[in-house]
Design a protein around this ligand. Structure first.
Ligand code: AMP
Ligand code: TRP
Length: 344
């Protein structure tokens, strides 16, 4: 089945974020900001805090609860409106775990071992000693998406391989059961910031799990911290080039230009038109000012929402109820297609 065959499905966006720690500027530009844009385009949008994914590596239980609420707050202040989008945490909708089991029986073990995220997370460690959940992680992700018959999945570049696997699982299910039950979802990897890099190493992704806090901007960082981190960001000593091509072999410079463009809702070419030929002594403070002006209201609003955790829990509960209403019938049909007796 090709993407065209998705025509019979309602256009529907699904995406998720792990509530496994401080959300970063990478999450904001690569995911949250775009989630709000998709919602505002008037497409049906479903956004999920994937707490079941988070526990594939150890999470301190109280911290996980706090981080889940904090991530919900980050969605809301980034413009995801719980009245327009469905916003919920994964573990409150049991269809995800049930569908994941069904897909575990469709997906092949070899597919899981090939995932670069699994390889990265077990690098230098004994892979045999990582959780079984970490290996099966992509099949739960496929379940997240397919349980809603989602057709579009906005993600950052790092999730491309998982999305390809989701498509393979959907296609294998359709083939094995002689049906066109699942759409083949399309990854949406768009914009200047699909891969925000570390401020310390332009070849590494900015990540909430990087041991160096200076490598990332956290959404909860103060204005001073944000400014300091950009000032100290690793770069080469050359001025910015006169054209975008000149960024080609300059990973760190390219990263800062991309961040500026994404924050300013412009393009790298616009940024080069303004700052080409200027040194980092000029560009970094301008970038820091822009970042502070965009991120400070976010951290301020997040703190305000976090003061009322009961309200966040209420929003997540309401989102979960709406999610269940879509997911449960699709799960029922999948069970039926696979030969499970359903007593009604
Ligand atoms: P995670 O934090 O791994 O749960 O990622 C949640 C979403 O943020 C996914 O769509 C990721 O692709 C995206 N994301 C995470 N880090 C980055 C980054 N450094 N640049 C762009 N997108 C990112
Ligand atoms: N694996 C994704 C990440 O780490 C998070 C995720 C889980 C997700 N389920 C999803 C993203 C479904 C998109 C759709 O970033």
């Amino acid at each position: 089945m090709t993407d065209q065959a998705n025509a019979k499905f309602t256009p529907r966006v699904f995406s998720g974020i792990q509530p496994s720690g401080n959300l970063t500027l990478g999450n904001y530009l690569g995911a949250l900001k775009r989630f709000a844009q998709k919602q505002d385009e008037g497409i049906e949008t479903i956004y999920c805090l994937v707490d079941l994914h988070a526990i594939t590596v150890w999470q301190e239980p109280e911290a996980l609860k706090r981080q889940t609420r904090e991530a919900a707050a980050a969605f809301i202040v980034s413009g995801v409106d719980p009245a327009k989008s469905i916003l919920f945490n994964q573990s409150q909708v049991s269809a995800h775990a049930e569908m994941a089991w069904l897909l575990n029986c469709v997906a092949r073990i070899g597919w899981m071992y090939r995932m670069t995220q699994f390889k990265d997370k077990t690098q230098g460690k004994n892979a045999e000693n990582s959780s079984l959940g970490l290996l099966a992680y992509p099949s739960l992700m496929a379940a997240d998406i397919l349980t809603y018959h989602a057709t579009m999945v906005p993600v950052g570049e790092d999730q491309k391989q998982h999305l390809e696997l989701t498509r393979d699982i959907a296609a294998k299910f359709n083939h094995d059961y002689g049906t066109e039950f699942f759409p083949i979802p399309t990854p949406l990897i768009e914009g200047a910031a699909t891969r925000v890099m570390s401020l310390k190493d332009g070849t590494k992704k900015m990540s909430k799990s990087d041991p160096s806090d200076a490598s990332r901007i956290n959404l909860t960082d103060s204005a001073d911290t944000i400014a300091k981190k950009f000032r100290k960001a690793v770069t080469d000593p050359e001025p910015l080039p006169e054209s975008v091509d000149g960024l080609e072999a300059r990973a760190e410079a390219r990263n800062l230009v991309n961040i500026y463009a994404a924050l300013a809702d412009s393009t790298p070419a616009d940024v080069i038109a303004e700052f080409g030929g200027k040194g980092f002594g000029v560009f970094k403070p301008a970038l820091a000012d822009l970042a502070v002006s965009k991120l400070e209201p976010i951290s301020r609003e997040m703190a305000r929402l976090m003061a009322d955790p009961a309200e966040i829990d209420r929003i997540l509960g309401e989102g979960a109820a709406r999610a269940r209403a879509i997911a449960q019938p699709i799960l029922e049909q999948a069970l039926d297609l696979m030969g499970m007796v359903r007593s009604r």
